[in-house]
Design a protein around this ligand. Structure first.
Ligand code: DGY
Length: 324
Protein backbone atom coordinates (compact mmCIF):
# COMPACT_ATOMS: atom_id res chain seq x y z
CA UNK A 1 0.00 0.00 0.00
CA UNK A 2 1.28 3.51 -0.86
CA UNK A 3 2.21 5.65 2.17
CA UNK A 4 0.10 8.74 2.89
CA UNK A 5 1.76 12.16 2.82
CA UNK A 6 0.28 15.48 3.90
CA UNK A 7 1.58 18.57 2.08
CA UNK A 8 0.43 21.38 4.34
CA UNK A 9 0.54 24.38 1.98
CA UNK A 10 1.13 25.51 -1.60
CA UNK A 11 4.41 24.25 -3.10
CA UNK A 12 5.89 24.14 -6.60
CA UNK A 13 3.93 21.53 -8.63
CA UNK A 14 6.93 19.35 -9.56
CA UNK A 15 7.24 18.37 -5.89
CA UNK A 16 3.65 17.10 -5.85
CA UNK A 17 4.09 15.19 -9.11
CA UNK A 18 7.21 13.55 -7.69
CA UNK A 19 5.47 12.54 -4.46
CA UNK A 20 2.42 11.18 -6.29
CA UNK A 21 4.54 8.55 -8.06
CA UNK A 22 4.93 6.49 -4.90
CA UNK A 23 2.66 8.08 -2.27
CA UNK A 24 -0.97 9.01 -1.71
CA UNK A 25 -0.79 12.78 -1.36
CA UNK A 26 -3.17 14.94 0.66
CA UNK A 27 -2.24 18.31 -0.85
CA UNK A 28 -3.58 21.41 0.85
CA UNK A 29 -2.97 23.76 -2.08
CA UNK A 30 -3.56 26.90 -0.05
CA UNK A 31 -1.56 29.93 1.05
CA UNK A 32 -3.29 29.99 4.43
CA UNK A 33 -1.47 29.01 7.59
CA UNK A 34 -2.72 25.85 9.32
CA UNK A 35 -3.23 26.12 13.06
CA UNK A 36 -2.16 23.31 15.40
CA UNK A 37 -5.64 21.87 15.73
CA UNK A 38 -6.21 21.51 11.98
CA UNK A 39 -2.68 20.27 11.43
CA UNK A 40 -3.15 17.54 14.04
CA UNK A 41 -6.44 16.52 12.43
CA UNK A 42 -4.89 16.36 8.96
CA UNK A 43 -1.96 14.35 10.33
CA UNK A 44 -4.05 11.66 12.02
CA UNK A 45 -3.47 9.13 9.20
CA UNK A 46 -0.32 10.55 7.57
CA UNK A 47 3.02 8.74 7.51
CA UNK A 48 4.84 11.72 6.06
CA UNK A 49 4.43 15.48 6.08
CA UNK A 50 5.98 18.10 3.82
CA UNK A 51 5.71 21.26 5.90
CA UNK A 52 6.79 24.90 6.02
CA UNK A 53 8.09 27.24 8.69
CA UNK A 54 4.56 28.48 9.42
CA UNK A 55 3.42 24.97 10.51
CA UNK A 56 3.50 24.31 14.27
CA UNK A 57 4.91 20.78 14.47
CA UNK A 58 4.85 20.88 18.25
CA UNK A 59 5.18 17.93 20.62
CA UNK A 60 1.43 18.01 21.07
CA UNK A 61 0.73 17.89 17.32
CA UNK A 62 3.30 15.13 16.83
CA UNK A 63 1.66 13.12 19.63
CA UNK A 64 -1.60 13.21 17.64
CA UNK A 65 0.06 11.73 14.53
CA UNK A 66 0.48 8.05 15.45
CA UNK A 67 1.59 6.87 11.99
CA UNK A 68 4.08 9.66 11.31
CA UNK A 69 7.55 8.56 10.15
CA UNK A 70 8.98 11.67 8.52
CA UNK A 71 8.67 15.45 8.80
CA UNK A 72 10.20 17.19 5.77
CA UNK A 73 10.60 20.91 6.18
CA UNK A 74 10.76 23.16 3.10
CA UNK A 75 13.40 25.45 4.68
CA UNK A 76 16.84 25.23 6.22
CA UNK A 77 15.53 26.50 9.57
CA UNK A 78 13.27 24.12 11.47
CA UNK A 79 12.55 25.87 14.77
CA UNK A 80 8.82 25.24 14.19
CA UNK A 81 9.45 21.49 14.59
CA UNK A 82 9.95 19.89 17.99
CA UNK A 83 12.85 17.72 16.93
CA UNK A 84 13.24 16.16 20.39
CA UNK A 85 9.62 15.00 20.34
CA UNK A 86 10.08 13.64 16.82
CA UNK A 87 13.32 11.84 17.70
CA UNK A 88 11.72 10.27 20.78
CA UNK A 89 9.30 8.57 18.36
CA UNK A 90 12.10 7.85 15.83
CA UNK A 91 10.44 10.21 13.35
CA UNK A 92 13.00 11.50 10.85
CA UNK A 93 13.12 15.29 10.41
CA UNK A 94 14.67 16.67 7.23
CA UNK A 95 15.41 20.20 5.96
CA UNK A 96 16.74 21.87 2.79
CA UNK A 97 20.23 23.30 3.39
CA UNK A 98 22.69 24.20 0.64
CA UNK A 99 20.34 25.12 -2.20
CA UNK A 100 19.45 28.46 -0.61
CA UNK A 101 22.89 29.50 0.64
CA UNK A 102 23.91 31.84 -2.17
CA UNK A 103 20.45 33.39 -2.57
CA UNK A 104 20.23 34.15 1.14
CA UNK A 105 23.76 35.59 1.17
CA UNK A 106 22.87 37.78 -1.85
CA UNK A 107 19.79 39.08 -0.06
CA UNK A 108 21.83 39.74 3.08
CA UNK A 109 24.24 41.80 1.07
CA UNK A 110 21.41 43.60 -0.71
CA UNK A 111 20.08 44.59 2.73
CA UNK A 112 23.52 45.73 3.86
CA UNK A 113 23.91 47.94 0.79
CA UNK A 114 20.33 49.20 0.99
CA UNK A 115 20.78 50.26 4.60
CA UNK A 116 24.25 51.76 4.09
CA UNK A 117 23.22 53.78 1.02
CA UNK A 118 19.65 54.51 2.16
CA UNK A 119 18.15 53.00 -0.99
CA UNK A 120 14.51 52.68 0.17
CA UNK A 121 14.53 56.30 1.40
CA UNK A 122 16.05 57.51 -1.86
CA UNK A 123 13.56 55.57 -3.93
CA UNK A 124 10.61 56.87 -1.92
CA UNK A 125 11.97 60.41 -2.30
CA UNK A 126 12.02 60.04 -6.09
CA UNK A 127 8.63 58.31 -6.41
CA UNK A 128 7.00 60.96 -4.24
CA UNK A 129 8.11 63.61 -6.76
CA UNK A 130 10.37 65.33 -4.25
CA UNK A 131 13.54 65.26 -6.39
CA UNK A 132 14.29 68.76 -7.72
CA UNK A 133 18.00 68.70 -8.59
CA UNK A 134 21.39 67.16 -7.85
CA UNK A 135 22.69 68.37 -4.49
CA UNK A 136 26.06 67.76 -2.92
CA UNK A 137 24.64 66.36 0.30
CA UNK A 138 21.41 64.83 -0.99
CA UNK A 139 20.63 61.42 0.56
CA UNK A 140 24.20 60.67 1.51
CA UNK A 141 24.81 57.31 3.10
CA UNK A 142 27.90 55.65 4.38
CA UNK A 143 30.85 53.64 3.16
CA UNK A 144 30.77 49.89 2.79
CA UNK A 145 34.31 49.26 1.55
CA UNK A 146 36.96 49.43 4.24
CA UNK A 147 34.34 48.88 6.96
CA UNK A 148 34.20 45.95 9.36
CA UNK A 149 31.48 43.34 8.97
CA UNK A 150 30.76 41.15 11.99
CA UNK A 151 29.14 37.83 11.07
CA UNK A 152 27.38 36.01 13.91
CA UNK A 153 27.11 32.33 13.02
CA UNK A 154 29.63 31.07 10.48
CA UNK A 155 27.90 28.16 8.77
CA UNK A 156 27.21 27.94 5.05
CA UNK A 157 25.31 31.24 4.80
CA UNK A 158 27.62 33.20 7.13
CA UNK A 159 30.61 32.09 5.05
CA UNK A 160 28.85 32.98 1.79
CA UNK A 161 28.23 36.47 3.19
CA UNK A 162 31.95 36.70 4.09
CA UNK A 163 32.86 35.87 0.46
CA UNK A 164 30.76 38.79 -0.72
CA UNK A 165 32.24 41.11 1.92
CA UNK A 166 35.73 40.23 0.78
CA UNK A 167 34.82 41.30 -2.76
CA UNK A 168 33.57 44.61 -1.38
CA UNK A 169 36.87 45.28 0.39
CA UNK A 170 35.46 44.87 3.90
CA UNK A 171 37.24 43.53 6.97
CA UNK A 172 35.44 40.45 8.31
CA UNK A 173 35.26 39.18 11.87
CA UNK A 174 33.01 36.33 12.91
CA UNK A 175 31.67 34.79 16.11
CA UNK A 176 30.59 31.18 16.26
CA UNK A 177 30.55 28.36 18.77
CA UNK A 178 33.34 26.60 16.91
CA UNK A 179 35.94 28.47 14.84
CA UNK A 180 36.02 27.54 11.15
CA UNK A 181 39.02 25.50 9.99
CA UNK A 182 42.08 27.76 9.59
CA UNK A 183 42.23 27.40 5.80
CA UNK A 184 38.54 28.32 5.42
CA UNK A 185 38.85 31.40 7.65
CA UNK A 186 42.13 32.43 5.99
CA UNK A 187 40.62 32.02 2.50
CA UNK A 188 37.78 34.35 3.49
CA UNK A 189 40.08 36.73 5.34
CA UNK A 190 37.86 36.27 8.40
CA UNK A 191 39.00 36.48 12.03
CA UNK A 192 37.28 34.51 14.80
CA UNK A 193 36.45 36.73 17.80
CA UNK A 194 34.16 36.51 20.84
CA UNK A 195 30.70 38.04 20.34
CA UNK A 196 31.36 41.01 22.63
CA UNK A 197 34.45 42.00 20.65
CA UNK A 198 32.61 41.54 17.37
CA UNK A 199 29.85 43.87 18.56
CA UNK A 200 32.38 46.47 19.66
CA UNK A 201 34.43 46.40 16.42
CA UNK A 202 31.82 46.00 13.68
CA UNK A 203 30.28 48.72 11.53
CA UNK A 204 27.77 46.15 10.27
CA UNK A 205 26.59 43.10 12.24
CA UNK A 206 24.87 40.31 10.29
CA UNK A 207 23.09 37.41 12.00
CA UNK A 208 23.26 33.84 10.66
CA UNK A 209 22.44 31.57 13.57
CA UNK A 210 19.55 29.09 13.80
CA UNK A 211 16.84 29.87 16.35
CA UNK A 212 17.36 27.74 19.45
CA UNK A 213 16.90 28.25 23.20
CA UNK A 214 20.48 29.61 23.23
CA UNK A 215 20.00 32.13 20.42
CA UNK A 216 16.55 33.50 21.31
CA UNK A 217 17.13 37.22 22.00
CA UNK A 218 20.85 36.73 21.43
CA UNK A 219 20.74 40.41 20.47
CA UNK A 220 18.99 42.26 23.27
CA UNK A 221 19.68 45.33 25.44
CA UNK A 222 23.26 44.45 26.59
CA UNK A 223 24.38 43.47 23.09
CA UNK A 224 22.77 46.51 21.46
CA UNK A 225 24.51 48.73 24.04
CA UNK A 226 27.81 46.96 23.30
CA UNK A 227 27.58 47.64 19.56
CA UNK A 228 29.74 50.31 17.99
CA UNK A 229 27.86 53.65 17.91
CA UNK A 230 26.14 54.07 14.54
CA UNK A 231 26.54 50.42 13.50
CA UNK A 232 23.90 48.74 11.34
CA UNK A 233 22.26 45.44 12.35
CA UNK A 234 21.18 43.01 9.62
CA UNK A 235 19.01 39.99 10.31
CA UNK A 236 18.17 37.34 7.70
CA UNK A 237 18.16 34.40 10.15
CA UNK A 238 15.11 34.20 12.43
CA UNK A 239 13.22 37.11 13.97
CA UNK A 240 13.32 36.03 17.63
CA UNK A 241 17.15 36.09 17.57
CA UNK A 242 16.67 39.86 18.01
CA UNK A 243 14.66 41.45 20.80
CA UNK A 244 12.66 43.75 18.51
CA UNK A 245 11.45 46.10 21.26
CA UNK A 246 15.02 46.56 22.50
CA UNK A 247 16.12 47.21 18.91
CA UNK A 248 13.45 49.88 18.44
CA UNK A 249 14.54 51.54 21.71
CA UNK A 250 18.25 51.39 20.73
CA UNK A 251 17.45 53.06 17.40
CA UNK A 252 15.38 55.65 19.19
CA UNK A 253 18.25 56.48 21.51
CA UNK A 254 20.62 56.82 18.56
CA UNK A 255 22.80 53.89 19.61
CA UNK A 256 22.60 52.29 16.18
CA UNK A 257 22.83 53.81 12.73
CA UNK A 258 20.07 51.59 11.38
CA UNK A 259 18.84 48.07 10.84
CA UNK A 260 17.91 45.89 7.90
CA UNK A 261 15.51 43.07 8.70
CA UNK A 262 14.08 40.24 6.62
CA UNK A 263 12.68 38.33 9.61
CA UNK A 264 10.61 39.32 12.64
CA UNK A 265 9.70 38.10 16.09
CA UNK A 266 5.98 37.68 15.39
CA UNK A 267 5.72 37.37 11.60
CA UNK A 268 3.87 38.85 9.83
CA UNK A 269 3.44 41.45 12.61
CA UNK A 270 6.10 44.14 12.76
CA UNK A 271 6.87 46.19 15.87
CA UNK A 272 5.08 49.47 14.96
CA UNK A 273 8.02 51.67 16.03
CA UNK A 274 10.18 49.95 13.39
CA UNK A 275 7.61 50.54 10.65
CA UNK A 276 7.78 54.26 11.24
CA UNK A 277 11.55 54.59 10.96
CA UNK A 278 13.43 55.69 7.87
CA UNK A 279 16.69 54.15 9.07
CA UNK A 280 15.26 50.62 9.03
CA UNK A 281 14.93 48.53 5.88
CA UNK A 282 12.15 45.94 6.16
CA UNK A 283 11.50 42.93 3.92
CA UNK A 284 8.84 40.18 4.22
CA UNK A 285 11.08 37.11 4.84
CA UNK A 286 12.34 36.78 1.27
CA UNK A 287 15.93 35.65 1.94
CA UNK A 288 15.70 32.58 -0.30
CA UNK A 289 12.94 33.90 -2.56
CA UNK A 290 14.39 33.06 -5.96
CA UNK A 291 12.12 30.90 -8.14
CA UNK A 292 14.78 28.29 -8.94
CA UNK A 293 15.82 28.09 -5.28
CA UNK A 294 12.32 27.79 -3.86
CA UNK A 295 11.40 25.07 -6.37
CA UNK A 296 14.58 23.18 -5.48
CA UNK A 297 13.68 23.47 -1.79
CA UNK A 298 10.24 21.97 -2.48
CA UNK A 299 11.75 19.18 -4.57
CA UNK A 300 14.36 18.38 -1.93
CA UNK A 301 11.78 18.17 0.85
CA UNK A 302 9.49 15.99 -1.28
CA UNK A 303 12.35 13.69 -2.26
CA UNK A 304 13.52 13.22 1.33
CA UNK A 305 9.98 12.54 2.53
CA UNK A 306 9.51 9.94 -0.20
CA UNK A 307 12.93 8.40 0.51
CA UNK A 308 12.23 7.84 4.22
CA UNK A 309 8.81 6.33 3.49
CA UNK A 310 10.45 3.84 1.11
CA UNK A 311 13.24 2.80 3.42
CA UNK A 312 15.90 4.88 1.66
CA UNK A 313 18.36 7.29 3.26
CA UNK A 314 17.24 10.94 3.05
CA UNK A 315 19.77 13.54 1.89
CA UNK A 316 19.30 15.99 4.74
CA UNK A 317 18.21 14.43 8.03
CA UNK A 318 18.54 16.84 10.96
CA UNK A 319 18.28 13.98 13.48
CA UNK A 320 20.36 11.29 11.71
CA UNK A 321 20.64 9.35 14.98
CA UNK A 322 17.13 7.98 14.44
CA UNK A 323 18.20 6.39 11.15
CA UNK A 324 20.61 3.87 12.64
C1 DGY B 1 14.78 29.03 5.71
O1 DGY B 1 15.04 28.25 4.78
O2 DGY B 1 14.93 28.73 6.88
C2 DGY B 1 14.30 30.40 5.32
O3 DGY B 1 13.95 31.18 6.36
C3 DGY B 1 13.24 30.34 4.25
O4 DGY B 1 13.97 30.08 3.11
Amino acid sequence: MKPRVLVTRHVYPAAIAMLQERCVVDYVDSRDVMDAERLARKLSLAQGVVCQLTDPLTADVIAQAPALKVISQVAVGYDNVDVAAASARRIVVTNTPGVLTEATADLTFALLLAAARRLPTAERFLREGRWQRWEVDLLCGRDVHGQTLGIVGFGRIGQAVARRAKGFGMRVVYASRRPAPDDVAAGLGARHVPLDLLLKESDFVSLHVPLTDDTRHLISVPQLCAMKRGAILINTSRGPVVDERALAAALDEGLLGGAALDVFEREPEITPELLQRDDVVLLPHVGSAVTSVRSLMCALAARDCDAVLHGERPQHPVNPEVLV
